[in-house]
Design a protein around this ligand. Structure first.
Ligand SMILES: Cc1cc2nc3c(=O)[nH]c(=O)nc-3n(C[C@H](O)[C@H](O)[C@H](O)COP(=O)(O)OP(=O)(O)OC[C@H]3O[C@@H](n4cnc5c(N)ncnc54)[C@H](O)[C@@H]3O)c2cc1C
Length: 558
């Protein structure tokens, strides 16, 4: 059995940043990932990363206030303070590692405007920021000679005496099932976008880590907070980055009106994402849309500017819609993009399970609260990825390795075998996955109410029952994606139920959670986090207080 001081599940930005830090701290570190590291979803991030640099006349407090207002006052303000204070150093460190951030006319690091903030503080690499960052962190992992279990799929976190002591994982190349023991574990498995269809997320974003943590007894926090991004392509859900609006694109309706004037006169297209998505949906619902969409108009920016600053968007528009953005507006609509909720951690990345940490999109620290600002997620991954590794050092020093009992490995193997042994009359997992994801979008959408939430939840429960009748065509060992797909679906069902449980519990509207049956924010009763736990009776919801430091909740207008 392999052994490591620190095992990180996930090789996106959060995982790799944690890994580099672990090595710097002198730990024996390994990363385990179901895809090659640079295929992680971080690679798809386009728009940029926020930081308030003092020598630019910017102030972390202003960034913190925008983040807290953006969160509809649900973010924990002590955590937001840490993120915004550490942002400058995190950004400069990335630049020194080799991220080729775009520069302005004077040769300094350039910025662009992003939603929910008055100051342009988003640093970027054209429209491929995530890819540039991820490749540089991967280079660092090579420099530090990191052990990477590449194309290994984690199926279970192992707990002994209440502590997290390792994982069970499948080597996808050979089908071998093994246990890996570790003194501490960081979950950095990314988002759960594919619990919804369509989604801007990569097909691998199935929320595995949320379910792994839940099954190990950790709590998920504010799971109802699902971000619908204002500009996604209808049908396939592909994202057109907020960078477009940051660089000056307009949103118009079928009457050629810049309708944001009615909803957010001060911030216009750059109001926070939940506000813009609801405004678009209102236009569409009230008959001022075009085939269920509104239009993103960039014609006034000119071809040269678009191709220089937003080249990737032009590529997507041409390839998928046959549209040249300098000549024609492009139809877009709100689409599922990000999950603010996740594994509850403190601002050092620790979960409630000893030895278990989490960072990145799968974690909820909570810096995004009820609505994340664009370009704050890349920042979250590097700041809290690093912190989770730093804070695991103490635990590693004070704890011994614990052997993973054989019976746990045997029982996992039996579980997989039972999937292979199912009768061929069964249902394909892919069919269930699509049915579930479509009903989640229907029930837990831009708008939701008691009935729609109940309907989605009923459907998920029904999918869980049907899961017992799935059938796998592929019985082989090598790259059995049929098996992996089935195991992902098993995780996704847990995530979907947790989202429904959170949404049903929160009896108000706040940020991305807009209930048409309870339209107001209710600070008196609901300035609170929801905490979902899974036990023998099902998915239980508790609440906990939101940490307020300097910013008392106010009415949120843009
Ligand atoms: C299209 C798009 C554009 C975006 N643009 C921006 C932007 O401009 N700015 C911004 O701030 N944010 C942006 N975001 C959000 C941001 O990119 C993500 O939140 C962030 O990159 C997530 O990083 P991560 O390290 O947490 O996870 P990921 O990068 O998703 O990595 C997850 C890792 O976990 C591994 N993994 C998962 N499950 C398992 C398992 N069972 N076993 C083994 N390994 C597993 C995967 O292999 C992968 O390596 C964007 C998101 C999308 C989808």
């Amino acid at each position: 059995m392999s052994k490591h001081d620190l095992l990180i599940i996930g090789a996106g930005l959060a995982g790799l940043r944690a890994a580099v830090e672990g090595v710097r701290q002198g730990l024996n570190v390994a990363v385990i990932t179901k895809v090659h590291p640079v295929r992680s979803h971080s690679n798809a991030a386009q728009g940029g990363i926020n930081a308030a640099l003092t020598d630019r006349g910017d102030d972390w407090r202003d960034h913190a206030f925008s983040t807290i207002k953006g969160s509809d006052y649900l973010a924990d303000q002590d955590a937001v303070e840490i993120m915004c204070k550490e942002a400058g150093d995190a950004l400069i460190e990335l630049e020194h590692m080799g991220v080729i951030f775009s520069r302005d006319d004077e040769g300094k690091l350039g910025t662009r405007a992003f939603g929910g903030q008055k100051k342009a503080r988003t640093f970027f690499v054209g429209a491929i920021t995530g890819s540039a960052m991820l490749h540089v962190l991967y280079e660092q992992s090579v420099k530090y000679n990191l052990s990477i279990y590449e194309e290994w799929f984690v199926t279970k976190l192992v707990k002994v005496d209440g502590k997290c002591v390792g994982v069970i994982a499948i080597d996808m190349k050979t089908g071998k099932v093994e246990s890996i023991s570790a003194k501490s574990i960081v979950i950095a498995t990314g988002g759960a976008g594919r619990v919804f269809e369509p989604s801007t997320n990569a097909i691998i974003c199935t929320g595995d880590g949320l379910s792994l943590a839940l099954r190990a007894g950790a709590e998920l926090m504010d799971t109802e907070m699902i971000q619908y991004h204002p500009t996604t392509l209808a049908g396939n859900g592909i994202l057109l980055s907020e960078a477009a609006r940051g660089e000056g694109a307009y949103l118009i309706n079928s009457e050629n009106e810049r309708f944001m004037e009615r909803y957010a006169p001060d911030y216009m297209e750059l109001a926070s994402r939940d506000v813009v998505s609801r405004s678009e949906q209102t236009e569409i619902d009230e008959g001022r849309g075009i085939n269920g969409c509104v239009l993103l108009d960039m014609r006034h920016l000119g071809k040269i500017f678009i191709e220089e600053r937003l080249g990737y968007l032009q590529e997507v528009a041409t390839e998928f819609m046959g549209i040249d953005l300098s000549e024609k507006p492009i139809p877009i609509k709100p689409g599922m993009h990000y999950i603010m909720g996740g594994i509850k951690t403190d601002y050092n990345g620790a979960t409630s399970v000893p030895g278990l940490y989490a960072a990145g999109e799968c974690a909820n620290v909570s810096v995004h609260g009820a609505n994340r600002l664009g370009a704050n997620s890349l920042l979250d991954t590097v700041v809290f990825g690093r912190r989770s590794a730093v804070n695991s050092v103490e635990w590693v020093k004070n704890n011994e390795f614990i052997e993973i009992p054989d019976e746990i490995l045997i029982s996992e193997k039996k579980r997989f075998q039972s999937l292979f042994d199912q009768p061929s009359s069964g249902i394909r997992p892919g069919k269930l996955r699509l049915e579930m994801a479509e009903s989640m979008t229907k029930g837990i959408g831009v708008w939701r109410d008691e009935k729609s939430i109940n309907n989605a939840w009923e459907k998920v429960k029904n999918i869980r029952e049907n899961y017992n009748n799935i059938f796998l065509d592929d019985k082989g060992k090598v790259y059995n994606t049929d098996l992996i797909g089935a195991l992902e679906l098993d995780f996704m069902i847990d995530v979907a139920e947790s989202i429904c449980a959170g949404a049903k519990a929160r009896k108000e509207s706040r940020g991305a959670h807009f209930r048409t049956d309870l339209k107001d924010r209710d600070d008196k009763n609901w300035l609170k986090h929801t905490l979902v736990e899974k036990n023998d009776e099902g998915f239980m919801v508790k609440t906990s207080d939101v940490k307020i430091t300097d910013w008392e909740p106010e009415e949120r207008v843009y």
